[in-house]
Design a protein. Structure first.
Length: 254
């Protein structure tokens, strides 16, 4: 199998600074989206630190499996799951430490969705409310679960569609990198199939564009650059209240 991909980011209509960061690395088969928070430029610092730390750890452990790791491995998981979790935990620690020592960075944090494509598996590490979708056989499915106050209320109180639309604290995140010196990382393992389309995005997209619209755009465009650009255009047309980042990855025949 071969991966084709495209990525795009946009500041949106209301923000002055783009605090999102992303990575596409074909050599590592690693794709990341991070959505920073904290005001001024500190959100941008946090999301950049997350991306740089994760890719740096994957590069360091690509050839040297005997490298001393900053956290204990969970021997109940495969090696690459441990790599993913450790990379994200290390990013969390670095962001938290930077926020503690630099007053300009106080309170900064970031979401992250990090995806590693292997020969027969996709390893996903995730913290926050940025999302990973998979479109397979005409069905769009969200593979990550939002770590948000809204999602907690949906699970606890079984909110209706109208209640969800009227929820006053949609942007409140209950888990992110940098909040504490430790973080719980959600891990998902998927088995990619030919023609699968994966979409990694910040909530600047999903807050403005419904899943049905995302699915329709992904269905109507063959070129991944057109998919990314049309999703961003639609988010801006619907208000563009936040920074918008989209990474699209398709599994193709080699």
């Amino acid at each position: 199998m071969e991966l084709s991909f495209w990525a795009a980011t946009d500041v949106g209509k209301k923000r002055e600074v783009n605090e999102d960061n992303f990575l596409v690395d074909k050599k590592l088969s690693l794709f990341i989206v991070a959505d920073g928070m904290g005001g001024h430029a500190s959100g941008e610092v946090a999301s950049r630190m997350a991306v740089d730390t994760i890719v740096g750890f994957f590069k360091a452990t690509m050839d040297d499996q005997q490298l001393t790791w900053p956290f204990k491995m969970d021997h109940g998981h495969r090696y690459d799951i441990n790599r993913m979790v450790t990379a994200i935990k290390l990013a969390n620690l670095k962001i938290h430490e930077q926020a503690q020592k630099d007053p300009r960075c106080h309170g900064m944090g970031t979401t992250v969705v990090s995806t590693l494509f292997l020969d027969r598996a996709l390893i996903v590490g995730h913290v926050g409310d940025s999302r990973l979708y998979r479109r397979r056989d005409g069905v769009l499915k969200q593979l990550t679960e939002d770590h948000s106050l809204l999602n907690d209320y949906i699970k606890m109180k079984n909110l209706s569609a109208d209640e969800i639309a009227a929820f006053p604290h949609k942007n409140v995140i209950v888990r992110a990198l940098g909040m504490k010196d430790t973080v719980q990382v959600d891990v998902h393992v998927d088995k990619p199939a030919l023609d699968d389309l994966y979409i990694i995005c910040s909530d600047g997209l999903t807050g403005m564009v419904r899943d049905e619209e995302i699915d329709s755009i992904a269905t109507g465009e063959d070129d991944l650059d057109a998919v990314c650009e049309k999703l961003i255009t639609t988010a801006n047309k619907n208000g563009g209240l936040d920074n918008i980042t989209v990474v699209a990855v398709r599994v193709e025949k080699a």
